[in-house]
Design a protein around this ligand. Structure first.
Ligand SMILES: Cc1cc2nc3c(=O)[nH]c(=O)nc-3n(C[C@H](O)[C@H](O)[C@H](O)COP(=O)(O)OP(=O)(O)OC[C@H]3O[C@@H](n4cnc5c(N)ncnc54)[C@H](O)[C@@H]3O)c2cc1C
Ligand code: FES
Length: 264
């Protein structure tokens, strides 16, 4: 949950776009300035086309950084994401970033990172895994989805899967998978959990980690407008250790927060 350098707003060329499933694409953008500053957990706010509709930009996690390129993993769920998935190579889009804070993957206090993700929440995990591995940490991915077609694990290592319908891996939620794997994971030295996915999944995970004294950082989702703290469109309620409730602007004080603030 560390701060990021000042963002830049640049016109970026789409150098590659390809589908990895019926509704998920990987889009590669030439963004040298953003690539140089980005950290795992940061996001970018993208104007997905050059027309007036949709008017607002859409937020996306940085999926990976390779040299001067950034990659975005996009799930088509509405007008903006569908337009972005359909954008052709060689066209340009406006990209503001890197935005928000980022995971604290450098803390000395753990040996093994457990990356817990659900659905399109797997998007930031490749960049995070690469940074963790470069620092010599062991990484284990627990990935959940409704069925095997929802699991997004490409290029991730040490993956264990959970599906709601049992079509592959553990039958149940990814939090249930963590519960069942914990005795085994406890043989991997001290653990830290990093997570991204739907907010109800993160709520359940936050409670589980609190109960089991596992340090955990979660990347939350909300609707967003400006991405830089002006429109107040991304307010999320968190609970301080003394039980008091307060609102944070997720684009500035998130998207990554200490899971203790989100536990029931
Ligand atoms: C910090 C952050 C990082 C994100 N990273 C990614 C990513 O890496 N890849 C990716 O595919 N998506 C990501 N998202 C979600 C993505 O921004 C939304 O899917 C997108 O804005 C939807 O735009 P749309 O025009 O396609 O859908 P709309 O037509 O605007 O909405 C379609 C439906 O989705 C719901 N919806 C829209 N935005 C959100 C949201 N943020 N959270 C929950 N429900 C929403 C709407 O209420 C509506 O029901 C991220 C969101 C945040 C806040
Ligand atoms: S998105 Fe505008 S204040 Fe957060």
């Amino acid at each position: 949950m560390l701060e990021t350098n000042s963002p830049v707003d640049i016109r970026a060329t789409i150098v590659k776009t390809y589908r990895i499933s019926s509704d998920v694409s990987i889009i590669t953008l030439e963004c040298p300035e953003i690539a140089a500053m980005a950290n795992p957990g940061n996001f970018v706010n993208i104007k997905v086309n050059n027309a007036t509709q949709p008017l607002l930009r859409r937020p996306f996690s940085i999926h990976d950084v390779r040299g001067t390129l950034i990659e975005i993993m996009v799930k088509s769920i509405g007008a903006g994401t569908t337009l972005f998935c359909d954008t052709s190579e060689g066209s340009t889009v406006m990209v503001l970033g890197p935005l928000g804070n980022h995971f604290n993957q450098n803390s000395e206090t753990f040996q093994t990172a457990v990356l817990v993700s659900g659905g399109i929440g797997t998007a930031p995990m490749l960049f995070l895994e690469k940074k963790l591995a470069a620092e010599g940490r062991k990484v284990i991915n627990l990935i959940g989805g409704r069925s095997k077609d929802d699991l997004l694990s490409q290029y991730l290592t040490n993956c264990r899967f959970a599906t709601d319908d049992g079509s592959t891996g553990f039958k149940g939620t990814v939090v249930d998978l963590l519960r069942s794997e914990l005795p085994d994971l406890n043989n991997e030295g001290s653990l830290k959990v990093f997570a991204c996915g739907p907010n109800p999944m993160l709520k359940a995970l936050a409670g589980f980690c609190h109960e089991h004294h596992l340090p955990c950082e979660i990347s939350l989702e909300s609707m967003m407008g400006c991405g830089i703290g002006i429109c107040y469109g991304c307010s999320v309620e968190v609970k301080d250790p003394d039980g008091s409730i307060r609102s944070i602007l997720l684009c500035r004080e998130g998207p990554v927060i200490d899971a203790k603030l989100f536990a029931e």
